[in-house]
Design a protein around this ligand. Sequence first.
Ligand code: ADP
Ligand code: MG
Length: 736
Amino acid sequence: MELEAQASDRMDMEECTPTPLQRDPPVIRRLDEEVVNRIAAGEVIQRPLSAVKELVENSIDAGSASITVVVKDGGLKLVQVSDDGHGIRYEDLPILCERHTTSKLSKYEDLQSIKSMGFRGEALASMTYVGHVTVTTITKDQLHGYRATYKDGVMGCEPKACAAVKGTQIMIENLFYNMAARKKTLQNSADDYPKIVDLICRFAIHHMNINFSCRKHGAARADVQSVSKSSRLDAIRSVYGVSVAQNLLKIEVSDDPSSSSFKMDGFISNSNYIAKKIAMVLFINDRLVECGALKRAIEIVYAATLPKASKPFIYMSIKLPPEHVDVNVHPTKREVTLLNQEIIIEKIQYAIESKLRNSNESRTFREQKVDTLDNSVSTSKAASTPPSSFGTKPQKVPVHKMVRTDSQDPAGRLDAYLQSSQSSQMQRNSCLASMRSSIKERRNSRETADLTSIQELIREIDSSCHTELLDLVGHCTYLGMADDVFALLQHNTHLYLANVVNLSKELMYQQVLRRFAHFSAIQLSVPAPLRELVMLALKEDELEPEGIEHENLKEKIAEMNTKVIKQKSEMLEEYFGIHIDPDGNLSRLPIVLDQYTPDMDCVPELILCLGNDVNWDDEKDCFQTIAAAIANFYAFHPPLLPNPSGESLQFYKRSPPGDPEEGSTSHSPDDIPEEQIEQDLFLEAERAWSQREWSIQHVLFPSMRLFLKPPTSMATDGTFVKVASLEKLYKIFERC
Ligand code: ADP
Ligand code: MG
């Protein structure tokens, strides 16, 4: 009986029924065995591709050294898989295609340690319910083989003796001949052949000792022809070509060398590899599987680490104790569930991220073709002290305070420039010169990471990382913004308020250091003159009292700042992606977080910070203060225009001419008539605030989950405030 016909009968019946209330309960019937089997078969063999996968896996399980696949009409007319494995015993042929007959599993406990790909004894049976199956096989030391045909799980007639070469050949003809709807859908969609080729390529690079070939029926040439290789990279090269193989990096992760509970090794593409779609070949305990969570996690690492954010090629083989993998979760055993999946994914992410970062660095130096090596750069021990109160200290020091700064601490302050006597200026210049030359020397070293100070700063981040906060940030759920600065988060059964300004500033700081010397650029459509930017920033600071004298002071400050930034432009560009053109215009800024453009209204403040807050005399301090200034610029500050929702609506009220103050007190926010609202400004504010909220949810939090290492200081500085325990709340509700 056709399944489709059965379904339409039921629909007719339902349409005739007058109203649901008057209906008698339907009778529950046992389905025909044949129907049950066909439904099950349709699940295991969903399309020609799944038939090929099952057959090839059987051939691998049979210990084959050579597997040949032939496909006609995308697999609907013919799928034929031949191997040189151990063959099938004559005595087993009668039950070969019955459901639940297998040679790979005898009791339930075996499932825990199963190493073969098949174990349910369902694949061959399923094929006989949806296609015509012919098996030809010969076992060791036999003079001839046998051929048998199967339909609906049953062998047609006695197996016929026939000539056969070593192994088994299984042929499925007319797939889905009895499932009209499925056949039609498959015929209308793109044919499975390219997917089958892709599948065989995947098997070929993992099982590199097996020769695979795959071709269309009647074609002279195979589309995949792999020959046994001794190295994985050779196997990848022979299957995917030189262009893929030459852009791969070897990657290995293991849990703890002694326990060997988790091991991963593979190859991942570097930043030269360009593709539109991710290619992920994943084997877990030698089974070709999909793991959506891992795939997404890897894509995020690539998007966030590589400037071009190109889609990667990944070959990965993960080995876990069999009891940690639930292979029985999916009907086709394709999606797997792992014990400790999140921890494993995190480990892999970190490994990939650092591999990419390092390879990016060495690549840059290869491209520079510099041959002077400076290996004398020492790598000092990781500092155990946490980074200074960065992230909590206010980044913006009012300019008038800077001018009066204590002369004991002139570095980086404006008065240091304003009071510069001839000798201190000379001293300063020579200091700068020596630092510059030391940076130049190091620039010639093989790896940027050899810049000790950057390594130290990154190590400081690692060593001051607060484990519980790391877990909180990594596993929290973002619920929404509670106000302009605090987001509401849930972690396990607790609710927290988290300061997004502090968090984003710290994330940006860490990202600047990680991307050091490898930034992509945001090009400014019109280059902005540094001097005017500083003047703009100073106007916002408003020196008081106003007057010509102060106007002159501002001019002087602007001049000094411009000069110092111009002097440092080479270093700012090379290490931080801030480009200043020869005329003193800012033309490019770095991308610190992909998918995120900072608020350009704050550029003047960034330039002022670079001029004022950076300590140029000490390499480490210099990099730290520049990173902090950039981080402050990229942080998710509330937009300049007040939040148009709620109380700040007053701000957007049109002031009646001649009485600018009147409107601000006479109305509560809700009863301002619409025509009195400054529409353009209001819309702009709405756009800025909703854009920020979107970015907080979709860019900031996902990136923090991956990359932020929260410093210990955040545990006590009010960045996180625990507001409620859901358990307690539930108890209160229960009592109510
Ligand atoms: P499973 O692989 O889950 O055991 P299948 O229906 O795929 O179930 O196969 C049933 C049995 O047929 C296998 O257990 C195996 O013993 C045998 N078999 C199938 N294909 C081959 C093959 N190519 N070579 C040798 N034996 C095979
Ligand atoms: Mg099988």
